[in-house]
Design a protein around this ligand. Structure first.
Ligand code: FES
Length: 167
């Protein structure tokens, strides 16, 4: 027998190790996938959610509350989100996040009598113009976030709220 030849015992060892490894991988893969799947899946807040029929929108910002399914790892829950939505003069639909860019309080529309037709944050008197731009000289340093939106079958769908550059 030459040095390159493998013995019957070695051949059996290699074969059994290979087959054993293959079978172990086959058994472990579903378990690993089950463990990692929820983490790798895109979260629900990335999906678009139907919020309101478009014909309910006016030129005046209106607050819409809606629910989204949120998946946090393996935990699923319903979360209520809000958006201030109105139709701009050119027909565009504007959907603004109600979360103040100063310290995260909730802004209201047209509730400060001394500054009508503005978004107002009661926590530290932050103000934003109708398009969500922060008013200079008030605490917020950035405009309100804008939701990704689309209209389909007469309904407004909202996605993620995205930040804009400050005024
Ligand atoms: S949290 Fe809105 S102004 Fe401070």
């Amino acid at each position: 027998m030459s040095k390159e030849d493998i013995s019957r015992r070695q051949f059996l060892n290699y074969t059994l190790t290979g087959v054993g490894g293959f079978m172990a991988a086959g058994m472990l893969m579903p378990m690993v996938r089950f463990a990692l799947d929820p983490i790798l899946e895109p979260s629900a807040d990335q999906k678009m959610v139907a919020v309101t029929p478009v014909d309910k929108l006016t030129n005046e910002p209106k607050r819409f509350d809606y629910k989204v399914k949120q998946k946090d790892g393996w935990y699923e829950s319903d979360v209520t989100l809000s958006a201030w939505v109105y139709k701009a003069k050119n027909g565009d639909i504007i959907a603004l996040s109600p979360i103040c860019k100063h310290l995260g309080c909730t802004v209201d529309w047209n509730t400060d009598p001394s500054h009508p037709s503005q978004f107002y944050c009661p926590c530290h008197f932050g103000r934003y113009t109708k398009d969500g731009t922060n008013v200079k000289g008030t605490p917020p340093l950035a405009p309100l976030d804008v939701f990704e939106s689309k209209v389909k079958d007469g309904k407004l769908y909202l996605g993620k709220a995205k930040p804009r550059k400050g005024a």
